[in-house]
Design a protein around this ligand. Structure first.
Ligand code: HEM
Length: 583
């Protein structure tokens, strides 16, 4: 007997299920949307008063962020002129409100605060790479780690790096010789050199012990930044579930494997060395214990003798007066503290972290890895961009390059001796040129925070709502014609003492400012002075591309899309002049 299989649902009942589904779904979505809008009523009210380009419902201004990094940068920069130079400007990326601040008075409210220290949610894309390192962590964790790490970049520690800065700068000069006088992208050399210097200084490992070269590491970081920038600007790549379906996610996994490989290797080398040293100390202690009291007595006697003959000296931390190290003199942060910790007690970055992790209380191994990744990234890409821009500017401004060289001849003459700390203090004109480079081409073009509470601005009768991303637009701030006359012209005199003292402190913030300022500021300035002076003592720099034709992009770090092309000619320095010329 044939069996008839009854359909579970007849077409008419199917229709009614679909209908019911829509009858339920549509009101739910509508209700959720109304509820969502009502919850954000205050945000919309306050945002409506802030000037900004018109956007589409739901999409906001997201459609404007299409095209290459350079197209986006140029379009945004051009559109910024539709508003007055200091005006706050709002932009919607989908449902996310971004408020750009470019007035120093408003910027001071945000950066000087101990409250507005939360990084914007856009930084979360860094998490698979940098974990909860110093750049993105917040609250108590950030505070505790900052307190631990900031002293490892104290000037007294940095001075012990000077030989390594010199050695690596000379190596770079030698490597670049092979370019002859053809045009080449100097950023390749700058990134390799800055990675290797970091390995040998802050990390304290021999770069030769690494499987990958500094350049390979830097190239992987650049590709990671490309992916992160895409996620910042393309709204559809923001949700993890969509991003994870793309090839970018696969590339990210491979790049992170490589990047973390280097940091894990660095940590392993350092930890092995630490344990070996510790063992050696324990062994020595045992030997000492077995040689009984005579030695002990002798040691005590010696030390008593020393105390008698040598008056007890207070350990002094040197304060270098008149040297800004990249910051307006009035902007003090935890790198400027004069504490009573002596030179002997200060440790370089990774030494301190490994020791802290060994004792087990302060840091876990994972946290050390996150901080090492953070310092490796923040410490190399920024200075590689800064030094490359500087050399390109020298290439297009031979008049300024000559003045820098005159100053270097006053300091070194035709000697090829290495640079000392004292020399770097005398490089006043070079310092002004570095600062001017950081003004026009700030390597970190924007700084973003998330506000947990509303903030009333000083520049206008406006309030920035809570739960939006506030962006310090460094590039725009540094090119405000009301602050810097002729802002598009490179002029080191913008940093003459009389000019800086008449400017708002927060009008120049390449290293950010306040409690979350850059911990590597002094490291960066010292290294840049040694590296760039060594290059200019050996080469004359020229450039075929005019400054106005440079193509910029701001994917995390400001760069030239067309490459940092320069040419080099060997330079012969003149002997020290007898009369010192004011520059
Ligand atoms: C020209 C070179 C440099 C520039 C222009 C620069 C700029 C900045 C800026 C603007 C910030 C704030 C970023 C933000 O809030 O989103 C920052 C943070 C930071 N920088 Fe630098 N930086 C430079 C070099 C360095 C170096 C050499 C190191 C380390 C060796 C370093 C380590 C850091 C760290 C760890 C932070 C996070 C600090 C915190 O949030 O507490 N930077 N840097």
């Amino acid at each position: 007997m044939a069996t008839v299989v009854e359909p579970i649902l007849s077409p008419s009942s199917l229709l009614s299920v679909t209908n019911a589904f829509f009858y339920l779904l549509v009101p739910t979505v509508v209700l959720y949307y109304v509820y969502y809008r009502m919850g954000r009523k205050r945000l919309y009210e306050l945002a409506a008063k802030i000037p900004g380009p018109d956007g589409y419902p739901l999409l906001g201004n997201a459609h404007e962020f299409v095209g290459s990094s350079n197209t986006i940068f140029e379009k945004m920069y051009e559109r910024s002129f539709e508003f007055t130079p200091s005006s706050p400007v709002k932009v919607w990326i989908g449902p996310r409100l971004l408020v750009f601040l470019t007035d120093p008075r408003d910027i001071e409210i945000i950066l000087s605060s101990n409250v507005y220290i939360d990084k914007a949610p856009e930084y979360r894309f860094f998490e698979p790479w940098l974990g909860n390192g110093l750049l993105i962590s917040t609250g108590e964790k950030w505070r505790a780690h900052r307190k631990l790490i900031a002293p490892t970049f104290h000037l007294n520690v940095l001075k012990s790096f000077i030989d390594l800065f010199n050695k690596n700068s000379l190596l770079t000069v030698d490597k670049m010789r092979k370019e002859g006088n053809k045009a080449f992208d100097v950023h390749h050399y700058m990134s390799e050199c800055t990675v290797e210097i970091l390995l040998e200084t802050a990390m304290g490992v021999d770069k030769k012990t690494q499987q990958a070269s500094g350049f390979e590491y830097a190239a992987a970081v650049m590709k990671m930044c490309d992916i992160l920038h895409l996620r910042h600007t393309k709204v559809w790549l923001r949700p993890d579930f969509l991003f994870n379906m793309t090839n970018y996610a696969k590339d990210q996994v491979k790049l992170l494997d490589f990047i973390h490989g280097l940091t894990i290797n660095v940590m392993k080398k350092k930890k092995d060395a630490y344990l070996k040293n510790k063992q050696a100390t324990i062994d020595n202690t045992n030997v000492f214990n077995t040689t009984v009291f005579d030695d002990l007595r002798k040691a005590r006697f010696d030390s008593e003798k020393k105390t008698e003959t040598k008056p007890k000296q207070k350990e002094v931390t040197e304060v270098v007066k008149g040297s800004s190290f990249g910051q307006s003199a009035g902007l003090k942060d935890d790198l400027d503290v004069e504490d009573d910790v002596g030179e002997k007690k200060r440790q370089a970055f990774l030494d301190l972290l490994i020791e802290s992790a060994e004792n087990g209380v302060v840091l876990t191994d994972e946290e050390v890895r996150e901080q090492v990744d953070t310092i490796m990234f923040e410490g190399h890409d920024t200075t590689a961009a800064g030094s490359s821009f500087f050399l390109c500017v020298m290439g297009v401004r031979p008049d300024i390059q000559e003045k820098v060289v005159e100053e270097l001849e006053q300091i070194f003459g035709d000697s090829d001796r290495p640079c000392t700390f004292q020399d770097t203090l005398e490089m006043k004109y070079l310092e002004r040129c570095i600062m001017e480079t950081l003004r026009m081409y700030p390597p970190v073009p924007i700084i973003a925070r998330e506000l947990q509470e509303e903030v009333k601005l000083k520049s206008a009768d406006l309030t920035v709502p809570a739960k939006c991303t506030v962006i310090i637009g460094t590039v725009k701030l540094h090119r405000n014609p009301n602050i810097y006359p002729n802002p598009e012209v490179f002029n080191p005199d913008n940093f003459l003492p009389e000019k800086t003292s008449n400017r708002h402190y927060y009008a120049f913030v390449p290293f950010s400012a306040g409690p979350r300022s850059c911990v590597g500021r002094k490291y960066a300035m010292l290294k840049l002075k040694i590296l760039l002076s060594t290059i200019l003592r050996n080469y004359k720099v020229t450039s075929d591309v005019k400054e106005k034709d440079w193509k910029l992009q701001a994917d995390i770090i400001l760069k030239r899309t067309d490459g940092f092309m320069i040419r080099l000619e060997p330079r012969k320095m003149k002997p020290k002049p007898t009369v010192v010329k004011a520059l």
